[in-house]
Write a protein that binds this ligand. Structure first.
Ligand SMILES: Cc1cc2nc3c(=O)[nH]c(=O)nc-3n(C[C@H](O)[C@H](O)[C@H](O)COP(=O)(O)O)c2cc1C
Length: 328
């Protein structure tokens, strides 16, 4: 039987699960506060680790925090609660992005929750070439179901659409590489040597595609001696497109929940993923990425799926560094 004690060790476990979520440039732009009187974990944006050049609106920040909230929900379920998750619960406090109330024991078990929970600790971004083996339709269907559960949609573009999206991403990548603010900012998040527990270690980066088909983000940050030699990536990349019906901060949070739900479900099936967010960082390219006839909705993320090495974790701030004591 799960224990329902909300002691310090349990809070640490919950927050550790939350911070294992992906975030733009591993910025980990979140803070947590536990309110013992209401048994509520509050999740706030930490703007000290925002990435203003790539994300002036804070859309990627909301997606990152949404992903952390999904992990919190899954971990709470694993521990035996029926968590009550509210997004943007207080219009007077826009940086309070979510609350998770933990005062009700679960009465029914959620199918598959244990596998999703285990996947929290095994999911990593994989930026190396995939084998090219296709992801089975049944697995892709399950990922789409995960996105729908969070009020988002996961589309699977055909060959032509994929080529168009990769073309837009390549254009964004060119702009990121030449825009001084973007270049400086993305460089500043790459870590070599003794590093703080946020930002991306150079070892977690991958090569560029020797065939020029897959515009992987070149963080343009590592010294040339640390650049990987270009390598051949899969010929027919499986790209999935995550969209939401509207484009408000709440939709961005939902996109984050959906993104992490998809990534955890993929991990359960041994499917690896990397994210191609570059075109989302240039408003006209993001608009172009929409397919209003076939798939109305706002594009929030391109996800590359396939098979490859499991990869290594990137560092995280400790739970204690992002968890504040609440007012009793
Ligand atoms: C909103 C958002 C945008 C991201 N954009 C990219 C991207 O364009 N390219 C990339 O390689 N990784 C991207 N990532 C992945 C992060 O770099 C990654 O989650 C972070 O470094 C932590 O590593 P992990 O996913 O292995 O835990 C993005 C993540 C989020 C949440």
């Amino acid at each position: 039987m799960p224990t329902l004690a909300l002691d310090a060790a349990t809070l640490e476990k919950l927050v550790s699960a939350a911070v294992a979520a992906p975030s733009i440039h591993n910025s980990q732009p979140w803070r947590f506060r536990f309110q013992p009187d209401t048994s509520t974990l509050e999740v706030r944006a930490d703007r000290n680790r925002a990435v203003p050049a790539a994300d002036p609106q804070g859309r990627a920040l909301h997606i990152s925090v949404g992903a952390a909230v999904l992990n919190l929900r899954v971990a709470a379920r694993h521990l035996g609660w029926a968590p009550d998750v509210r997004l943007l619960p207080d219009p007077a406090e826009p940086d309070l992005l979510a609350t998770v109330r933990l005062d009700t024991p679960a009465t029914v078990s959620v199918p598959g929750i244990e596998k999703l929970y285990e996947a929290i600790w095994r999911r990593h971004s994989i930026r190396t070439p995939f084998t090219g083996e296709p992801v089975p339709a049944a697995v892709l269907d399950e990922l789409a179901t995960g996105a729908r559960f969070e009020d988002a949609v996961l589309h699977l573009p055909d060959h032509e659409q994929t080529a168009r999206l990769l073309h837009l991403t390549a254009e964004a990548e060119r702009r990121n590489a030449t825009d001084p603010a973007q270049r400086t900012e993305s460089r500043s998040w790459i870590r070599t040597g003794a590093v703080p527990p946020y930002g991306i270690p150079a070892e977690a980066l991958g090569p560029q595609d020797a065939a020029g088909r897959l515009p992987m983000r070149d963080f343009a940050a590592i010294r040339s001696t640390e650049h990987h030699a270009p390598a051949l990536f899969e010929r027919e990349p499986r790209i999935a497109v995550l969209t939401t019906e509207h484009d408000t901060p709440e939709d961005w949070l939902r996109a984050g929940l959906a993104l992490e739900h998809v990534l955890l479900a993929a991990t359960v099936h041994g499917v690896r993923a990397s994210l191609l967010h570059q075109a989302m960082e240039w408003p006209y390219l993001r608009r172009e990425a929409r397919d209003p006839h076939r798939h109305p909705g706002y594009v929030q993320m391109l996800i590359r799926l396939g098979y490859g090495p499991e990869g290594a974790p990137t560092p995280r701030l400790a739970a204690g560094d992002v968890l504040e004591a609440g007012s009793a």
